[in-house]
Design a binder for this molecule. Structure first.
Ligand code: SAM
Ligand code: DTB
Ligand code: SF4
Length: 321
């Protein structure tokens, strides 16, 4: 049974607990549903970078802002599969492919993505895509290609959404999630903190995710990577303890989900990342690049996981000197 949640107030009551109580509760839930020593490693690749027509205020890839990220050609399936094979060799078990699209359009580019998904699955990796909005038939074609998960973040609360994105609605997002779910693909959906939202907005976002039925299998929690040229360029960095609270609350509300400590790790100390793992995070993006911005390098992450005594979904972390 999952915790059923009714009001933002109830989520707030969890979120605002004294940190020792919040951590204890999150750890109890985590240990009841997961191996507490295990962290999933997911590698991200941008298969179609930049030039996106949407106006997401946080995004380096929106064509509305001058961020220095230019529209690039789409990668070919064999280039992507080379990267996937390297990710597997480095220890990743899930390979996530992102495209800077508003929505999927049927045609050669989508066919190429379906080929990527099939290839990634043939390598023995889980395959995840994040391609913007999909309709029912596109979701079904992704499922037929073997897609494990579809990432589509709700990003924030319904009431704050309009201040961040004007080119689509919250309902659009939820509709795509329903299409993904109906096609039998697992749902990966989370959001971003540090965009100027209130704590209530964060709690409302978690409530919306936790009230999906079934709940998402995977919940990425990102801290804004403030990018010059975007409207959010000057946002102050998130206090690491707020990141910890967000992860712990997500863990308590969605006991079975993989909670992913996602963008923003370059600004977190090892100790802050460890607190996030103790709060119930059990997945990270692994590899020196997210989509367009940086991420800790593989050796740094393997050292952190080894020093903390974690095993990864590939097995115990081994690292030479
Ligand atoms: N275009 C697709 C879409 O929007 O669904 C897929 C790619 S989009 C870049 C995937 C997610 O990355 C966004 O929903 C957002 O949560 C996250 N993201 C984008 N830019 C970010 C940033 N600067 N900091 C943190 N997260 C970010
Ligand atoms: C998610 O929640 N975070 C990832 C993944 N899903 C697609 C993307 C983070 C992007 C950070 C900004 C960039 O590198 O462009
Ligand atoms: Fe486009 Fe996705 Fe970036 Fe929004 S988050 S601008 S939809 S790539």
């Amino acid at each position: 049974m999952t915790t059923s949640v009714h009001t933002v107030r109830q989520v707030r009551d969890i979120h605002d607990l004294p940190l020792p109580d919040l951590m204890f509760q999150a750890q109890s839930v985590h240990r009841a549903h997961h191996d507490p020593g295990e962290v999933q490693l997911c590698t991200l690749l941008s298969v179609k970078t930049g030039g996106c027509p949407e106006d997401c205020a946080y995004c380096p890839q929106s064509s509305k802002y001058d961020t220095g990220v230019d529209a690039a050609r789409m990668l070919k399936a064999d280039e992507v599969l080379d990267a996937a094979a390297r990710a597997k060799a480095a220890g990743a078990t899930r390979f996530c492919m992102g495209a800077a699209w508003r929505e999927v359009k049927d045609g050669p580019a989508f066919d190429e993505v379906l080929g990527m998904v099939r290839g990634v699955r043939q390598l023995g990796l889980e395959a995840c895509c994040t391609l913007g909005m999909v309709n029912e038939s596109q979701a079904r074609r992704l499922a037929d290609a073997g897609l494990t998960a579809y990432n589509h973040n709700i990003d924030t609360s319904k009431s704050f959404y309009g201040q961040i994105i004007s080119t689509r609605t919250y309902e659009d997002r939820l509709l795509t999630l329903a299409h993904v779910r109906r096609a039998g693909i697992t749902v990966c959906s989370g959001g971003i903190i540090g965009m100027g939202e209130s704590i209530d907005d964060r709690c409302a976002m978690l409530m919306t995710l936790a009230n999906l039925s079934p709940q998402p299998e995977s919940v990425p929690i990102n801290a804004l990577v403030a990018t010059p040229g975007t409207p959010l360029a000057d946002r102050k960095p998130v206090d690491p303890l707020e990141f910890v609270r967000m992860i712990a609350t997500a863990r308590i509300l969605m006991p079975k989900a993989k909670v992913r400590l996602s963008a923003g790790r370059l600004d977190l100390s090892r100790e802050a990342q460890l607190l996030c793992f103790l709060a119930g995070a059990n997945s990270i993006f692994y590899g020196e690049k997210l989509l367009t911005t940086g991420n800790p390098d593989v050796q740094t992450d393997l050292a952190l996981l080894r020093d903390a005594g974690f095993s990864t979904t590939m097995g115990t972390v081994e690292l030479g000197e």
